[in-house]
Design a protein around this ligand. Sequence first.
Ligand code: PAN
Ligand code: ZN
Length: 192
Amino acid sequence: MRSQPFTYELPLSGGLPSVWDSHTTRRLSSMKGQYLDQAAYETMLAREDTLLYEVYEIKRPEAAGELLQGISFIHPGKVGDEYFMTKGHFHQILDTGEVYYCLSGQGLMVTETPEGDTQVLEFRPGRVLYVLPRWAHRSVNTSPTEDLVFYFVYPANAGHDYGTIEQKGFRKLVVERDGQPTVIDNPRWKPG
Ligand code: PAN
Ligand code: ZN
């Protein structure tokens, strides 16, 4: 791991960063129960375990004061009417925020608090999205053809709580209606 201050390049066009230490891939099979149209999910999965998104991260000690950073590429596509999206999570240390900087593509970030406040933010190239501490976040690619690409930075000790979202889902979903990205209430959202 680097022990001196360092630099790296981040292409403004949304290409790969010049350095990274880990490359995480998430496929359809890791999203069981998350998409609204379960029949469409099963049919698609039976055909192929499609690659939904990829994350490149630079390793740092998971210690207070350090920052984790990287780039995510959310590929275009839909499961039924619902766009490809990240799993989404709360940070394990709930009181930690995150900065996202959109490099290319288009999409929406769905956010919510444990108390039930919700907010949907729009990704645009050149736009910063600031995730407040306590807000769960999921990134949704609404382009039919292009990757959604963003840089992110968050406290290295934050950790990820995926379980809460896996069990309850997000309160809001992003689906295509009449050819347009549309935010709807999640009919399967469970309070408990
Ligand atoms: C991001 C996300 C990344 C993938 O680095 O981890 O975009 O999303 P999931 O972690 O929900 O699969 C971030 O928010 N880190 O905290
Ligand atoms: Zn996060």
